[in-house]
Design a protein around this ligand. Structure first.
Ligand code: ZN
Length: 324
């Protein structure tokens, strides 16, 4: 599609209203109670009928922040109740995908409330494609801010009532191509991203201290002798809390692998091959592969550990093919 064609198609979508998406269930106390439990909300207005009856609300109401929960599709995508629209309010995102603006990052989401909703009310929402901004270039890349506005209503005889809104804005972009620093000055100015560090606990310290010493250590149950990885406090085989470790030979085979291409998150090199290595001792661990081209990686390939230091501080086990 020529640029002006898809651009005018996109601009033509702005302002479009998409039909109703209904809630599977009426506003109800069990969902309210479960939501409050999960979110750690203890306000008795939401869960204690006797207390709620003494308030201005006259009974239990739903927490306003729960608004979006009522009309969710559930476990399976696009599974909406009968009567819901079959239109796709995200068609503009598909159009942007087709033009190479395939990456997405949620920018902001604002909930607005008109009134409380009560058990027994049936909700639905409609969606309006509110805006598509001008082309913008950010650190992530070049693309468009897309704003969708969902309006929630409660069904009512004599006219449905608006109960709240959800504004949802995403940035659809074409990722920035990494630019080589022009010289020392720009290299110094560019942010230096470091590898994320592992969380180290009493159960895992031996492993990381081993890496720092160039040793691959595997946790061993002192009750039954079973080896396990990743390290944990309890033996899954015999439930013993007693453990020590053995030093692995460092050899094994590629049990499975993935090659990460995208998104390119610094400071990793791409493509980034990551393997599930089965050690000769029988346990498996996840680690980066080194010294191999991505299309040469094979299941069953023999590999050997080597330790690489990142950011002058973090030592990670990496695996290199034993034979090219
Ligand atoms: Zn055990």
């Amino acid at each position: 599609m020529a640029e002006q064609d898809w651009m005018s198609e996109m601009r033509g979508m702005v302002g479009r209203e998409y039909g109703r998406v209904y809630a599977w269930d009426k506003v109800n106390e069990p969902m309210i109670r479960q939501w409050c439990e999960v979110m750690g909300v203890t306000n008795p207005l939401y869960t204690d009928a006797a207390y709620a009856a003494t308030t201005a609300h006259g009974g239990i109401v739903a927490p306003p922040a729960m608004l979006q929960a009522w009309c969710l599709e559930g476990l399976h995508a696009n599974n909406y109740p009968p009567g819901s629209t079959t239109e796709n309010p995200y068609e503009v995102l598909k159009l942007l995908d087709s033009q190479g603006f395939a990456s997405v990052v949620a920018v902001n989401s604002d909930l607005g409330f008109e009134r409380y909703v009560k058990p027994g009310e049936r909700l639905y929402y409609t969606t309006r494609l509110d805006a598509v901004g001008d082309e913008k270039t950010t650190a992530l890349g070049t693309g468009y801010f897309v704003t969708l506005l969902m309006s929630f209503f409660a069904e009512k005889d004599g006219g449905d009532e608006k109960v709240g809104t959800l504004l949802f804005r995403v940035f659809k972009f074409r990722p920035a191509t990494p630019v080589e620093p022009a010289g020392e000055a720009s290299a110094a100015a560019a942010p230096k991203y470091k590898r994320p560090k592992p969380g180290i606990s009493d159960d895992t310290r031996f492993f990381w201290e081993g890496c720092a010493a160039g040793r691959l250590r595997i946790q061993r149950c002192m009750g039954c002798g079973t080896l396990r990885h990743p390290p944990g406090p309890v033996c899954p085989a015999c439930q013993s809390f007693d453990w020590d470790y053995v030093e692995a030979a460092g050899t094994g085979q590629i049990y499975s692998f993935v090659v990460m291409h995208y998104p390119e998150v610094p400071p990793f090199d791409y493509p980034n091959p990551v393997a599930l290595v089965e050690l000769d001792e029988g346990v498996r661990l996840i680690a980066g592969l080194t010294g191999i081209k991505r299309d040469e990686i094979r299941i069953g390939q023999r590999v050997k550990v080597e330790f690489q230091t990142f950011d002058d501080a973090l030592v990670l086990p990496m695996f290199r093919p034993l034979e090219p």
